[in-house]
Design a protein around this ligand. Structure first.
Ligand SMILES: *Cc1c(COP(=O)(O)O)cnc(C)c1O
Length: 494
């Protein structure tokens, strides 16, 4: 399977190279030159277990890999999940929640990031890359820990994670700064996620630095959802959810469903869009934003405008104004036109705003954009708990609120799946506040225990450990200093 950049089709690479590179040289994102087809029909797919669907989907995108090796990687990755269904679907009221947080770091990023290191290492063997891979990652909170967990002590790799000091939850921060391992560096930046993401993209594009890397037998790659190896594993749970709905007689084979996805960088919902392109019947893509509602505005009027202040919210993993994966969607709705995509991305970089043409605007109609502020997020958590005795996290609450809003507005009764993207424990303080158990004097970790009491479950072991783990990473930097940090860590001199 060949891939080229959303900004130019001239240079073609195979899937292994696309994963190893992470981002294309021209700054664009890798997309399949020809969109793959599954070798099985939908009625066959729905008979499969999660890991088998994963094998089917992954092999269709990454067919330069050895199929047996892919299968082995899938087994290893999902063997780390505490739920053997990997992404169980639970019904509460008229909505179905895909619980995507049963991996080792308690957010949906694990679904892809437990697999990515295997894809990267096997991929580099396939393309004959013998340099050490340096993973550079900007995180809004959850990618960082999941990437660390995946890449720590993986031979042939180093990993550097940049997180915004103000703008992640205490649990998220603790998870990252206590990370053990010889090959890792975690750095808090004095800026927000967009600052981190922009700097990281600049480092990827820095010719002189890349030459120096080369000379030292090092090469950069990305664990962010700009990497196609991040995106494809996320396609799987939309199929497995659909399969469950058919098996439970909630829908008939062939019926369409809606999906609701709390969105930031637009990776998760784009995976749903890719699932539809692979033949999964999806009616509406409901894109839920928090108060940083760039995406929600975009789907209303076709104007993407990042010229606004970033709000720090209680759903910090979505505090993003530049949604990188939207580029792959623009590429699709422009009729795979690299010139249009390049122009729009250029506008975004130079003016901070772009407007899609009328034809593209028409295509936005398969999406619905809505948003939810912090107050409504808290109310949503309370409502779901009181109605269904079910505790959801702040991001999932944003999705729930927007779904309720969508139903009110449209009267649509299509069966709907909500992506439940994080465990409530990760955002324990806000969740406790929503449930009326808030005390300013408590330390963050105390909320984890408090929540366990409320929800009548034990604190998951990997979270419980955090309370007494040693802080390993105290490096801080200004938002212009990321490159220096990288150069120092890799001992590349000035
Ligand atoms: C990353 C994240 C999101 C946003 O997903 P995108 O793929 O970036 O749109 C939502 N919720 C949680 C908990 C996350 O970690």
């Amino acid at each position: 399977m060949n891939y080229f950049s959303t900004r130019g089709k001239e240079t073609v690479v195979n899937s292994a190279q696309a994963i190893v590179n992470g981002i294309a040289k021209d700054g664009g994102l890798y997309v399949p030159a020809e969109f793959p087809k599954l070798s099985k029909t939908l009625d066959q797919i729905i008979e499969l277990e999660y890991k088998e669907i994963a094998e089917e989907v992954l092999y269709s995108f990454f067919n330069d890999f050895d199929r047996e090796q892919l299968k082995d990687s899938i087994d290893k990755a999902y063997g780390r999940f505490s739920n053997k269904e990997v992404a169980p679907l639970v019904k509460k009221g008229d909505a179905f929640y895909i619980e995507l947080f049963h991996g080792p770091t308690f957010a949906f990023k694990d679904v892809a990031l437990m697999l990515l290191p295997h894809l990267m290492i096997n991929g580099s063997k396939i393309v004959g890359e013998d340099k050490e891979i340096v993973i550079l990652t900007a995180t809004s909170g959850d990618t960082g820990k999941a990437a660390l967990e995946g890449f720590t002590d993986v031979k042939g790799t180093k990993i550097i994670v940049f997180y915004p000091q103000q703008g992640v939850s205490e649990v998220q921060k603790l998870q990252m700064v206590t990370q053990k391992g010889e090959n890792v560096l975690v750095v808090g930046i004095d800026g927000n996620f967009d600052d981190a993401q922009r700097s990281v993209k600049e480092i990827f594009a820095d010719k002189a630095l890349n030459e120096k890397m080369n000379a030292n037998d090092l090469t950069f790659s990305s664990a962010n959802s700009i990497n196609i190896g991040r995106l494809v594993p996320q396609v799987v749970y939309y199929f497995s959810s659909y399969a469950k709905l058919v098996k439970d007689n909630e829908i008939n084979l062939g019926d369409s469903i809606n999906v609701v996805v709390p969105s930031g960088n637009f990776g998760n919902i784009l995976a749903a869009y890719y699932a539809k392109k692979l033949g999964l019947p999806i009616n509406k893509f409901i894109c839920a934003s928090n108060k940083n509602k760039v995406l929600s505005d975009f789907f209303k009027d076709g104007v993407y405008d990042r010229n606004r202040d970033m709000h720090l919210t209680i759903s910090p993993s979505m505090d993003i104004l530049v949604s990188s994966n939207l580029e792959r969607y623009l590429f699709e709705i422009s009729g795979q036109d690299t010139e249009i995509t390049k122009t729009l991305m250029n506008d975004l970089n130079t003016k901070g705003v772009y407007t899609v043409n009328e034809e593209m605007k028409e295509k936005l109609k398969s999406f619905y954009g809505g948003y939810c502020d912090d107050e409504s997020t808290l109310a949503a958590i309370k409502e779901v708990y009181e109605k269904y005795n079910y505790v959801i996290d702040t991001h999932t609450a944003v999705a729930y609120h927007v779904y309720e809003q969508y139903k009110k507005e449209t009267g649509d009764t299509t069966k709907t799946v909500i992506a439940s993207t994080a465990s409530p424990f990760k955002f324990a303080q806000s969740v406790c506040e929503a449930l009326g158990s808030f005390d300013e004097k408590l330390e963050e970790y105390a909320y984890v225990k408090e929540l366990a009491k409320i929800a009548k479950v034990e604190v998951p072991e990997l979270l419980a450990e955090l309370e007494h783990s040693e802080i390993k990473h105290t490096t801080k930097c200004g938002k212009a200093e990321l490159k220096d940090i990288v150069v120092n860590f890799l001992k590349l001199g000035k």
